[in-house]
Write a protein that binds this ligand. Structure first.
Ligand SMILES: NC(=O)c1ccc[n+]([C@@H]2O[C@H](COP(=O)([O-])OP(=O)(O)OC[C@H]3O[C@@H](n4cnc5c(N)ncnc54)[C@H](OP(=O)(O)O)[C@@H]3O)[C@@H](O)[C@H]2O)c1
Length: 437
């Protein structure tokens, strides 16, 4: 169902490598139908005659079709199609994380009621088998924390900004040119995509029943090349990090651009790659790295799910899978985001006058957030920030970078808001989290 980027990759694997699927499934998986909207579009895959159709009813009505790869994006008609497939007696494999994040409980309940299964390995981190790892391979563990670079588009943009000093808007344009970003990249860069994937992983790893909308999230849109440069001078890379951490029976969840110490595995994740680090109480830290999107990496996960469904493995795990089940109460609840602990990086533009620093540090003192270091940078006429000052720029404005010790998110937010309102500060304050070592 759907023969776009991912669907064409799935068709290629099924048609060109039937020997592999036969070996693992114990029988050949036949591609029976491929449903699209536009029959005239080029597909980049040679389909045998009679397979391509624009009529979804051919799938619902065909008793020979046992499992369907649902590779249609968006919420509607994707939701209706998935429900109709279950009602028609088909097991479903989907890559649509937005649909699961929005309608997961409804779709999983429908599948259970109808005695069908939904497999969704490709919905998070593309080719990295993180769903199977968390729900099966690490099942002996209490998961303590999970951190991930789950959005390849934003990681590509940040890599361009870091490596080539490319301004944000140009890096977005380059991501679009290379097919990493949609024409409207909002959901990738504003943290929505990361929050939707984190909600799915938090269900699996912690038994949380969390709506992605309730996950605090900050995007990368406000970052300037200066931030990556200053972070680098301090020994950090900046990544859009999705984090889940268990503290007692409360779960800290958030998606934010975060300073990560260089030469650590997450800081070294480059370009459109994804990575996930999971800490289990028995296994310790485990690190996964690979392509989180793209035609063949995503198709790799979809075809593995098709095989698992064909041999009955999906059914075994689906019966006991916690996520989206409303039958059992959630094991954990979310911690109030104001209480999230962390260290912070603040960048601001301030007047180079006596008393400026005292006014700013006074705000930190008032909100009980202690300062670890203050770096006053000389003005650099080529930076994004300087050019944004325009023709009427004041020539005694300098960039300041302040690193805090650990404090609460609420205090850090209050500090940034209050500093912004000081007469000696110009423009917005950029506030980023700093990952604990
Ligand atoms: N692309 C990736 O790297 C990637 C990675 C992980 C997950 N995913 C997820 O995988 C899913 C598919 O992504 P994609 O990139 O392959 O999308 P895509 O290239 O836009 O392909 C979507 C396909 O669905 C078909 N379609 C749409 N509405 C339909 C309808 N009402 N009836 C029948 N067919 C319909 C389209 O037909 P036409 O071709 O005729 O328009 C097209 O073939 C999405 O949920 C996406 O979030 C994608």
């Amino acid at each position: 169902m759907g023969l776009g980027t991912v669907g064409s990759g799935v068709a290629k694997l099924l048609l060109d490598h039937g020997d592999r699927t036969a070996r693992h499934a114990g029988r050949t998986l036949w591609l029976q139908k491929a449903v699209v909207r536009d029959l005239d579009k080029a597909r980049g895959v040679d389909l045998p005659a009679g397979i391509l159709t624009a009529d979804v009813n051919e799938v619902y009505a065909d008793p020979e079709i046992a499992v369907v790869a649902h590779l249609v994006g968006g919420l509607e008609p994707a939701r209706t199609i998935l429900l109709r497939l279950l009602e028609s007696g088909k097991d479903v494999v989907t890559a649509n994380k937005a649909l699961l994040a929005e309608h997961g409980p409804e779709l999983f309940a429908a599948a259970r009621k109808l005695g069908r299964t939904i497999a969704f390995e490709a919905s998070v981190a593309g080719g990295i088998p993180i769903i199977t790892n968390i729900s099966q391979c690490l099942s002996a563990n209490g998961i303590e924390s999970l951190e991930g670079i789950l959005n390849g588009t934003s990681n590509f943009i940040l890599t361009q900004m870091d490596r080539f000093n490319t301004p944000y808007a140009d890096a977005v344009a380059e991501a679009q040119r290379l097919g990493y970003a949609e024409a409207d990249p909002t959901m990738d860069v504003d943290g929505t995509d990361g929050a939707q994937k984190l909600a799915i992983l938090a269900h699996l790893a912690f038994g949380a029943q969390v709506a992605w909308q309730d996950i605090p999230r900050v995007g990368i849109e406000q970052l300037e090349t200066d931030d990556l440069r200053y972070a680098s001078q301090l020994g950090y890379a900046i990544k859009l990090l999705a984090e889940a951490k268990l503290v007692g029976d409360k779960l800290d969840l958030h998606v934010s651009p975060t300073l990560i110490k260089r030469r650590t595995p997450l800081a070294e994740v480059q370009d459109a790659f994804n990575a996930v680090r999971v800490v289990g109480d028995a296994v310790g830290p485990v690190f996964y790295h690979g392509q989180g999107a793209g035609q063949m990496p995503t198709a790799s996960a979809v075809v593995a799910d098709l095989i698992d469904t064909a041999v009955g493995r999906t059914r075994l795990t689906f019966e006991t899978l916690e996520p989206f089940s409303t039958a059992s109460p959630p094991r954990v609840s979310l911690r109030n985001s104001d209480e999230l602990p962390g260290r912070y990086y603040f960048r601001l533009q301030a007047k180079d006058h006596p008393g400026t620093l005292a006014a700013i540090t006074g705000v930190f003192g008032k909100h009980r957030l202690s300062i670890a270091s203050v770096i006053q940078h000389e003005r650099n006429g080529s930076s994004d920030a300087d050019s944004s000052l325009g023709d009427n720029q004041e020539h005694d404005i300098v960039p300041l970078v302040i690193m805090s010790h650990e404090g609460a998110e609420g205090s850090a937010r209050a500090v940034a808001d209050e500093i912004e309102s000081l007469g000696v500060v110009r423009g917005a304050v950029t506030r980023l989290r700093v990952k604990a070592p």
